[in-house]
Design a protein around this ligand. Structure first.
Ligand code: NAD
Length: 272
């Protein structure tokens, strides 16, 4: 049995994750603990009632030290996730991390923890989006020579990091495929009068508003045609279900490996 804890259970993703764990068809996975930030008024509440899936007999606790679990699913904040990764590494727990907005140095820290414990870390856990990442490599190889490449993303008004972690990942996939350095070729937004567009750049445009769960388009625009790769998430359950799929995969993986740093391409078997 894989005992799963969810961090940030009062959050938008936290509630969806509780529902996804409870609704998993895999009888070897069980929600064993629920964590919310210290001093939350929800501490002690039944997490099933909080997530509107019915009473589960799992009370919300303030720290991982109070939780009994094998694997943590963490979609919280940068500070909280980094602290949770350290806890998991010190206490031999597996972790699935969906939090976004980490710096390169922080991502390195997460990757290093993969030497001690099995980790799945992905800025977008949706199965469809991860297939898009895969398809994007081929599209970039074929289309980039003649195309201007732009990444356009839209999210709800509460999202604080921009461009989204997914948009940045799309940019990284394109840049890696084309042998470009994203730090040098990315252009974030445009305003005023500038130079004509340089074909070697990758443009990012960010839109924030309403309750949009997450829309991403990669536009390859050349003379005579445009090709667009678009993914639209209509419910947070798509990310939550992907995270549970990652947890199930990591549960099996850890039987043969003590550590490892993976993303959804590994989980879905899309790695070349
Ligand atoms: P949210 O603000 O609704 O939820 C975050 C929750 O974490 C809150 O309940 C907050 O109180 C809690 N929290 C903060 N510090 C904590 C701590 N120390 N201990 C326990 N709980 C703590 O945010 P959200 O919309 O649910 O998104 C959370 C993160 O997940 C963001 O970084 C977002 O970008 C990311 N996200 C990733 C994916 C993906 O597929 N990887 C999808 C959606 C969102």
């Amino acid at each position: 049995m894989l005992n799963v804890a969810v961090a940030g259970v009062a959050g938008r993703m936290g509630r969806a994750l509780v529902q996804a764990v409870v609704e998993s068809q895999n009888s070897n996975i069980k929600l064993s603990a629920a964590v919310q930030r210290p001093y939350s008024s929800l501490l002690g509440a039944d997490v099933g009632e909080l997530a509107a899936v019915g009473r589960l007999g799992v009370p919300v606790v303030a720290t991982l030290a109070e939780a009994d679990f094998d694997l943590l699913i963490d979609f919280t904040t940068i500070e909280s996730s980094l602290s949770n990764i350290r806890y998991c590494a010190e206490n031999d727990k597996r972790i699935v991390i969906g939090t976004t907005g980490f710096t390169e140095a922080q991502k390195q820290e997460i990757a290093s923890a993969g030497a001690q414990i099995p980790i799945v870390f992905a800025a977008n856990m949706s199965v469809g989006m991860n297939l898009c990442f895969h398809l994007l490599k081929q599209m970039s190889e074929v289309l980039a020579v003649d195309s201007d490449i732009e990444i356009i993303e839209t999210h709800h008004r509460h999202k604080v990091d921009s461009p989204s972690g997914t948009a940045m990942r799309l940019g990284e996939v394109i840049a890696d495929t084309l042998g470009r350095d994203l730090d040098k070729c990315a252009v974030y937004g445009r305003e005023g009068i500038g130079e004509p567009r340089d074909r070697g750049t990758i443009g990012f445009a960010t839109v924030r508003g309403g309750d949009v769960v997450g829309d991403h388009t990669v536009l390859f625009a050349s003379e005579g045609e445009r090709v667009e790769l678009t993914h639209k998430a209509s419910s947070r359950m798509t990310f939550a279900k992907g995270a549970v799929r990652a947890a199930e995969w990591l549960g099996e993986k850890s039987q043969i490996e003590s550590g490892g740093y993976y993303d959804m391409e590994d989980v879905l078997g899309l790695r070349a």
